[in-house]
Design a protein around this ligand. Structure first.
Ligand code: OAD
Length: 236
């Protein structure tokens, strides 16, 4: 590993599972009987805004009850100490990576603690519920929606992600089922450009065959051990 300079890390719901946040496709992955695909669409927001707001208001409120776990802390340490390029691309809309101290981080599926005004397009930090339709502080219209990339919408910062994938020597995927594109395709892009690809997950993901190496187990154990390995190799 000593010839590695640039790292891209993709994280999914599995990295936050041990903090107490439910994954999407696990046995507890339904929300009051709704599949995530039925709640997280522009059509669902138009058809049943109360349901969509209730879903995200509950998830935003839950953030106050959970803490980053050992996997988030280990990634934040790697971010702080890695001298080469590093980018943590998270599909998660929670704030546990940044609360652990990660800074080279982007939220490709948006953030629970951000509001997007459907009337004027303004995005801003937002911690309160939206179900009671508060007015947008910029334009005054009661059209705030969660700043979350719904199914059918374009994920954020794809150009930056593609550029980082094209330059990385190591691509690492942690706690994601590989069911949702474009994130599920990142491993193939990284391999195409010559990167080594490591997967860490409880079980093989949908795209497991594309990885150079797979480690199966809980993120809170696998990730700190791997970060130690990577940083240790640099010191050796
Ligand atoms: P999923 O719920 O699809 O997958 C979570 C993965 O984490 C599964 O493969 C689990 O086996 C694994 N896992 C669970 N606990 C783990 C642990 N303690 N350690 C390691 N792995 C563990 O979640 P994502 O792949 O993140 O999109 O889902 C992708 C997207 O689908 C989400 O970002 C979300 C959803 O629709 C939006 O909200 C836009």
């Amino acid at each position: 590993m000593s010839d590695i300079r640039n790292i891209v890390i993709l994280t999914g719901a599995g990295v936050s599972a041990e903090s107490g946040l439910a994954t999407f496709r696990g046995p507890d992955g339904l929300w009051e009987g709704h599949r995530v695909e039925d709640v997280c669409t522009p059509e669902a927001l138009a058809r049943n805004p109360d349901l969509v707001h209730a879903f995200y208001d509950a998830r935003r409120a839950k953030l106050g009850e959970v803490q980053p776990n050992a996997a988030h802390h280990a990634l934040a340490r790697l971010d702080a100490e890695w001298p080469g390029e590093l980018l943590i691309v998270t599909q998660n809309v929670d704030d546990l990576h940044e609360r652990a101290g990660a800074t080279r981080l982007l939220h490709m599926h948006g953030e629970l603690k951000s509001a997007l005004c459907a009337a004027c397009g303004t995005r801003r930090r937002w911690e309160a519920p939206m179900g009671d339709r508060p007015p947008c502080p910029a334009c005054g219209k009661p059209r705030l929606r969660p700043d979350i990339v719904f199914f059918g919408e374009m994920p954020y910062q794809m150009e930056r992600i593609d550029a980082a994938l094209g330059r990385c020597d190591l691509f690492v995927s942690i706690g994601t089922s590989g069911a949702v594109y474009p994130a599920a395709g990142f491993v193939r892009t990284a391999r195409h450009y010559g990167a080594w690809a490591l997967e860490m997950n409880l079980e093989p993901s949908a795209g497991s065959i594309y990885f150079s190496e797979s480690r199966m187990g809980p993120a809170s154990e696998l990730v700190p051990a791997w970060v130690k390995e990577v940083l240790g190799d640099r010191l050796a």
